[in-house]
Design a protein around this ligand. Structure first.
Ligand code: FE2
Length: 314
C-alpha cells in the first residue's frame, strides 16, 4: 500500500518538485511523447453528454489523464443546464464554485450582457479574454481544480478558444530555466488585490503561488492571469523573468498551444488548464451562449497521472 508521503509532493518521483531532476526528465519525455498536438486529438464524439456510455466516458478520462482536458462533440444543442450538470456529475465533479453572477444553480451563462458588461466584467462582453486559469483570484482554500464549458450557440465570428495544458507550461518553463518554476512556486509570487473582480465578486486579497503541488496527491495546480491591471507580481527579478517567459510561451510557437472553436453541442472538460478566448461578434438574434461550471474537485480518474506506473500504458 502506498503511503501518504509517497503519493504526494514529498515523493522523490514527483516530477513537479523542484529538486527531482531525474523524475522531471523522465516525466518530460513521456509527457511530450504522449500529449495532443492538435485540438482534434482532444475530441471525443458522444451521443448525449447527460448520459455517457462507459466507452465515451473512458475516452474522455483517458484524454484528461494525458492532456488534463478533453473536448466532447455531441448533437445536443438544447438550452439545458442539465447538460453540464449531469456531465460533471459523471466525471466526479460535485462541488460547484458559486459567485453572485452565476445563475442561482451555480452554472454561469456566459453571454453578452449589457448590465454586466457595463460594470466592466469582461467575460460578458465580446472582448478577448487573455490567458488565465479559472478562479485565480480565489482564496487558496477555494482552489478551482476543474472547469467545464458547454457551447449552446457559437458566435457569428470569433470566440475561438486557445488551450495549454498547465503541466506543459510548467514543463516548458522548467526546460528553459529551473529558476523560473522555482520563482513561480513561491508562496507570494502572485497577488490579486482586494476588489470587485472581473466576474463581479467582491473578495479579499488573494496571495499565493502560480504553480503548487497538491498536498496528498502530488498533482500540479496553477493559478495565473496574463492581465496586467489589478495584479501584483512579487517584486523581484526572478519572478519578473519567469512571468515574462511564461507569457512568451503562451503567445509563442511551441506547437503545444491547441486552438479550436466550440460549436453548438460541443464542450470542454478540463483540470483547469490555461485558456484564452478571442474577441467575437454576435449576429442579430443569435447570441453566443456558453455554460460554465467550476469545481473544487479534479476530474475523477486523473489523480497521479504523472506517476510512471500510471502513464506506462497511455
Ligand atoms: Fe476562464
Amino acid at each position: 500500500m502506498v503511503g501518504f508521503e509517497a503519493q504526494g509532493a514529498q515523493s522523490r518521483d514527483n516530477p513537479f518538485a523542484t529538486g527531482n531532476d531525474e523524475a522531471f526528465a523522465r516525466w518530460r519525455d513521456r509527457k511530450l511523447a504522449a500529449c495532443a498536438r492538435s485540438a482534434a486529438g482532444l475530441v471525443v464524439e458522444v451521443r448525449d453528454p447527460r448520459s455517457l456510455t462507459p466507452a465515451e466516458k473512458a475516452e474522455i478520462v483517458r484524454r484528461c489523464r494525458r492532456d488534463n482536458m478533453a473536448i466532447y462533440a455531441s448533437p445536443v444543442v438544447a438550452e439545458d443546464k442539465e447538460v453540464p450538470r449531469r456531465l460533471g456529475a459523471q466525471l466526479g465533479l460535485a462541488t460547484l464554485d458559486t459567485n453572485f453572477l452565476a445563475d442561482e444553480d451555480g452554472i454561469t451563462s456566459i453571454a453578452v450582457s449589457g448590465a454586466k458588461a457595463g460594470a466592466g466584467f469582461i467575460p460578458y462582453t465580446t472582448h478577448r479574454i487573455r490567458w488565465h486559469t479559472d478562479g485565480y483570484y480565489n482564496p487558496p482554500a477555494l482552489r478551482i481544480r476543474a472547469m467545464l464549458l458547454h457551447c449552446v450557440r457559437d458566435a457569428a465570428s470569433g470566440g475561438d478558444t486557445a488551450l495549454l495544458d498547465h503541466e506543459l507550461a510548467y514543463l516548458l518553463l522548467r526546460e528553459d530555466d529551473p529558476r523560473h518554476v522555482h520563482a513561480l512556486m513561491q508562496d507570494d509570487a502572485l497577488s490579486i488585490p482586494a476588489r470587485v473582480d472581473d466576474e463581479g465578486v467582491a473578495r479579499p486579497e488573494a496571495v499565493g503561488p502560480v504553480f503548487s503541488i497538491e498536498p496528498g496527491t502530488g498533482d500540479l495546480h496553477m493559478r495565473y492571469t496574463a492581465r496586467t491591471r489589478s495584479v501584483a507580481w512579487k517584486d523581484d527579478a526572478a519572478t519578473a523573468a519567469a512571468a515574462a517567459r511564461l507569457l512568451q510561451i503562451l503567445d509563442g510557437d511551441s506547437g503545444l498551444v491547441l486552438r479550436t472553436r466550440l460549436l453548438p453541442g460541443m464542450g470542454l472538460v478540463c483540470n483547469n488548464v490555461l485558456h484564452e478566448r478571442s474577441a467575437f461578434e454576435d449576429a442579430p438574434g443569435r447570441a453566443r451562449l456558453l455554460y460554465r461550471a467550476r469545481y473544487v474537485e479534479r476530474i475523477a480518474g486523473t489523480r497521479n497521472a504523472w506517476r510512471e506506473s500510471e502513464t506506462a500504458g497511455m
